[in-house]
Structures are given as structure tokens and as C-alpha cells.
Design a protein around this ligand. Structure first.
Ligand SMILES: Cc1ncc(COP(=O)(O)O)c(C=O)c1O
Length: 425
């Protein structure tokens, strides 16, 4: 029996690719200095790492404009706070969905209370989707932003971002996308859809470490900064520089996290190269660069467009592997008459996150027993998304048990879960 069967990848992916651990360690030992805060050679390497990671992440999310529009944050929540509060002025109106995580819902509730912002939250449907025409009907000429969760962190349903984007563009409303559950698994296509801001954690599908994240701000979109301080540039100025990324990035960056994201990007690319060469089976052959200089050189090996193409291949593969895992899990769950799987029948418009309830056993008890007796790590309750649970009808009944396998989940994990469920049910 495995000691830990980790099925909580919607919270954070674990483990990370070996290259991520390796390069964070290498960077911290060999170039562990501040970027943009000195003119010495080490600072220049650190600056290179930051600049390259901005470029790689921008391309990864389908944004091929200037790399300075990729702004680092400390997690998805931090990025969403920067995006929402930076865009939404007092006394304005915003539209969002009833499927949002608290990283949007609470920010909007505070804006409602403290800045008199009027919030229209279009209810989610019990199947975990939002009705696009209802969102369209909620947009007004004075709507400052449409804020949409790309995929539900409770049931994994993926919203029709393309349709929503066309509609928002038609109405002249900037769209903020919470890509927390999709980045690294589904393409984001920021330029193509004309999103105003894409906010993301670095520690989920991107395979960076916890404490990393970011946002990408489209050209022409002005976010007001919410925090102020040192930037390493324009130090004589009494106020925060207006230029990005400094306007939104005061203080020392999370350099080890950025190193992790850099390594993860090269890992995605290498996986894409392997798939592109027709090699569709593990083991994945990626050898992380031996040192920081080598990694910085490797990052420049291909154009941004080619990087994006290869990463897309990797993402499609990761998505299909994860969806196969969730299909297996769902099949097991549906064999129990007392179990209800929430949301809708699984289609490709979903990520590998599933929620269920048992008619007679409390969700938390199921999770506790899975953990204590079978080493299965999952998440019970409301998963920081009470709005979504209201839409699904599980807000007042203790929420659900959420299972979210990842790319590194294996058959033994799934067998151990099945054995646990058989024992409990
Ligand atoms: C949909 C969604 N948005 C935002 C967040 C917040 O991300 P973070 O935990 O990195 O702050 C999460 C985290 O689970 C999420 O699932």
C-alpha cells in the first residue's frame, strides 16, 4: 500500500516534475540574488531568468505581446486581487458568475461593501455551467468588468470562454479570466480571445511551487496599483513607476518560485517535443539543464510561437491522461447506488476534478476515513467556493468530497482509492 495517494491536485499539484525541484535548488545556490537590484553579473543572470520566465509564460497563455505585461504574484488569489481591484473603480458595475471561488467572490463582496461596486453574479446552473445568454443579458453599458472562472474547482466544468469573450468584446466590457484550474491543462489563448487580464496560480497546472502565480495584462488595459514600494528602477521617483511590470510588482520577487516556473516551462516544452516526435509513452525523457546558464540558454532555443505550440501538445496530453483517471474514478463511484456524482456527464469541456456526495455518510467523514485508513488525500467541504456549492445545491448540506487526480497519478493510486471506497461504502 502506498503511504500517500494524492488526489488533491486541484489544490496544488504534487509532486512537481523533478526538473522543478532540481532547478529551484540550483538557482538558489548558484544565482540566489535579487533581480533588477544591482549591475553585477549574478544580478544580470537573475534578471535574465525573470525576463525569460515572463516570455515563456506569456507564450504559454497565448499572449505574444511585450513580456513586461506578465506580472508575477504570490498565488492565484493575489493575482485576482490585483486584477479586480486594479480594474474596478468605486461605484462601478461588474458581472461575474455563481461558480466563482472565494478568490473572486470575497474580493467582490469587499468591493461591494467598501467601494459601493454593484455586482451581478449570474447564477451557475446545477450542472456546473453558466448560461452564456444570461451573462450577456447582465452586461450593461457601464459594466467595468466581466470576471469568469474558466473551470470550476468543485466539479471541473469548463465555461465557454470563447463565446463569453465574443460577447464581452461586443459589449466593450473587459474580461478577467480566473485560469486557476485550467492553466497547464487547457489552452488559454489570451490574444485570440482578447481577454483584458488572465490571472493564474503558478503552483497548480503550471507545476511551479506554492507561493507563485501571476497575471497577464493586455495592452491598453490599465490596472491601478494597490501596493507600493521598491522596484529597482526609477528610485528617485516619490511614487510608483507607471510602467509595467513595476506598477504592479513592488518589492523583491519570489525568485525561487520563478526559477521553478522556468524549469516547469522547459519541462512542458520537452514533453511536447517528445510527443511531437511520435513518442507517446512514458518515461518522459526530459533531462533538466545541469546549471543555471545552461537553462537560460535552453530557454532561448526556440521562438515563443514554437514554445507555445510544443507546450500545447504537452497540455493536450496531460489533459487526456488526467481525464482518463477521472473517468476511471467516476465509473467506480457510479457503481454505488448511494453515491451522487455532482455536475454533469463528463465531456471534454471539463478538467479532472470531480465532486460527489454519499446519501448517508457525511463528506468530511468519507475524506477522513479515506485519509486515515487508505492514505488517500482529498478535500471535503466547500473547497473555498460557497457560491459554486449554492449553484450545485450542496451549500447547506456540508459540501462534497472532491477528488482531483493529476498527471502523476498512477494505477496503484486509483486501485487504493477504489479499495478505500469499497470499504467505506
Ligand atoms: C478557481 C480558483 N480560483 C482561484 C484560486 C486561488 O488560487 P490560490 O490558491 O493560488 O490563491 C483557486 C485555488 O484553488 C481556484 O481553484
Amino acid at each position: 500500500m502506498k503511504e500517500n495517494v494524492y488526489l488533491d491536485n486541484a489544490a496544488t499539484t504534487w509532486p512537481k516534475p523533478e526538473a522543478v525541484y532540481h532547478f529551484m535548488d540550483r538557482f538558489s545556490r548558484d544565482v540566489g540574488v535579487n533581480a533588477g537590484r544591482g549591475s553585477h553579473a549574478l544580478a544580470a543572470d537573475a534578471e535574465q531568468l525573470v525576463l525569460q520566465t515572463r516570455r515563456l509564460l506569456g507564450a504559454f497563455a497565448g499572449c505574444f505581446g511585450p513580456a513586461d505585461r506578465v506580472v508575477f504574484a504570490s498565488n492565484g488569489t493575489d493575482a485576482l486581487n490585483t486584477a479586480i481591484n486594479g480594474l474596478v473603480a468605486p461605484d462601478s458595475h461588474v458581472v461575474t458568475t455563481g461558480l466563482e471561488h472565494n478568490a473572486v467572490a470575497r474580493v467582490l463582496n469587499h468591493a461591494r461593501r467598501d467601494k459601493r461596486v454593484e455586482v451581478t453574479a449570474v447564477p451557475g446552473m446545477p450542472d456546473g455551467y453558466v448560461d452564456v445568454s444570461a451573462v450577456a443579458a447582465a452586461l450593461r453599458s457601464d459594466t467595468a468588468a466581466l470576471i469568469v472562472n474558466h473551470a470550476s474547482n468543485v466539479v471541473g466544468t469548463v465555461q465557454a470562454l470563447d463565446e463569453l469573450a465574443v460577447m464581452a468584446r461586443g459589449a466593450g466590457v473587459p474580461m478577467i479570466v480566473d485560469a486557476a484550474q485550467t492553466i497547464g491543462v487547457l489552452p488559454i489563448d489570451m490574444d485570440k480571445h482578447g481577454f483584458a487580464v488572465v490571472a493564474f496560480p503558478g503552483h497548480k497546472g503550471l507545476f511551479g511551487p506554492m507561493g507563485s502565480g501571476g497575471l497577464i495584462v493586455a495592452e491598453g488595459v490599465e490596472l491601478e496599483g494597490l501596493r507600493f514600494g521598491g522596484t529597482g528602477v526609477d528610485s528617485a521617483s516619490e511614487f510608483q513607476p507607471r510602467a509595467l511590470p513595476w506598477r504592479l510588482e513592488p518589492g523583491t520577487l519570489g525568485m525561487p518560485g520563478i526559477a521553478g516556473l522556468h524549469a516547469a516551462q522547459l519541462w512542458f516544452r520537452a514533453l511536447g517535443e517528445q510527443l511531437d516526435a511520435g513518442d507517446l509513452e512514458p518515461p518522459w525523457q526530459y533531462t533538466p539543464p545541469a546549471d543555471v546558464e545552461a537553462a537560460l540558454e535552453r530557454a532561448l532555443d526556440v521562438s515563443a510561437i514554437e514554445h507555445a505550440r510544443l507546450c500545447r501538445l504537452a497540455m493536450a496530453h496531460i489533459h487526456s491522461v488526467e481525464c482518463a483517471h477521472i473517468a476511471t474514478i467516476e465509473q467506480v463511484l457510479r457503481s454505488y447506488a448511494d453515491v451522487t456524482v455532482l455536475g454533469c456527464a463528463r465531456t471534454s469541456a471539463q478538467v479532472a476534478t470531480l465532486s460527489f456526495v454519499h446519501a448517508h455518510i457525511d463528506a468530511q467523514e468519507v475524506a477522513d476515513r479515506l485519509d486515515a485508513d487508505f492514505g488517500v488525500c482529498c478535500r471535503a467541504g466547500l473547497q473555498c467556493a460557497p457560491w459554486a456549492h449554492r449553484s450545485l445545491g450542496t451549500l447547506d448540506t456540508g459540501g462534497t468530497v472532491r477528488l482531483s487526480p493529476g498527471f502523476f497519478t498512477d494505477e496503484q493510486d486509483l486501485a487504493q482509492l477504489s479499495a478505500g471506497l469499497a470499504e467505506i461504502f
